[in-house]
Design a protein around this ligand. Structure first.
Ligand code: CU
Length: 160
C-alpha cells in the first residue's frame, strides 16, 4: 500500500508539470500488417510537439519481444534500417514516422498483426514521461523490398 501511494504521488506530481507526454500529440498512427512467422513489424505516426524540444528515447509494446527506434539510411542504393538512440522532436515541430523513414521497430512478434487489430505502443520521452497510443494494423509495403535496384526517383515515390 505504501508503494502504491508513493507511485500515485509520483504520477500526480508528474502530471502537474507540462511534460512531453502532454505537449506531444500523435496523429494517424498505424502498424504494418505482419504474421508472427515474419517475426517483425513496425509502427508509424505523425508527432506534433507544441512544447519545448523533447526526444523519444525508447518505445514499448506488448506485441513484440524487443522494440527499437529505427531510421533508414541509403547504402549503395539500398535502403537499410539502422537503430537510433532517440527521435528528436524540436520545439513546435512535426515529425513523421513513415515507411522508408523513421519508425518504431517491433522485433520478435508475439502474435499475428491482422487488419482490424490495434497495436499498443508506448513512447518514452527524455523527461521520463510516457504516452501510449493505439496503432491500427494496416497493409504496408516493405520499403526495403521495393528499393532494390531502383533509382532515386523510385525512392521518393516510396516515401508516401
Ligand atoms: Cu526497422
Amino acid at each position: 500500500m505504501k508503494h502504491l501511494l508513493f507511485l500515485l504521488a509520483l504520477v500526480v506530481s508528474a502530471s502537474a508539470l507540462a511534460d512531453a507526454a502532454a505537449t506531444v500529440t500523435v496523429d494517424k498512427p498505424f502498424a504494418r500488417k505482419a504474421m508472427k512467422a515474419q517475426r517483425n513489424s513496425a509502427a508509424f505516426m505523425t508527432l506534433h510537439n507544441s512544447g519545448p524540444a523533447v526526444a523519444i528515447v525508447a518505445a514499448e509494446s506488448p506485441v513484440a519481444d524487443i522494440v527499437e527506434l529505427h531510421t533508414h539510411v541509403h547504402d549503395n542504393g539500398v535502403m537499410r534500417m539502422r537503430k537510433i538512440d532517440k527521435i528528436d522532436l524540436p520545439a513546435g515541430a512535426s515529425v513523421t514516422l513513415q515507411p522508408g523513414g523513421l519508425h518504431v521497430m517491433l522485433l520478435g512478434l508475439k502474435k499475428d498483426l491482422n487488419e482490424g487489430d490495434a497495436v499498443s505502443v508506448t513512447l518514452v520521452f527524455d523527461d521520463g514521461s510516457r504516452k501510449t497510443i493505439e496503432a491500427p494494423v494496416r497493409m504496408v509495403m516493405r520499403p526495403k523490398m521495393k528499393m532494390k535496384g531502383m533509382d532515386h526517383s523510385g525512392m521518393k515515390m516510396q516515401a508516401h
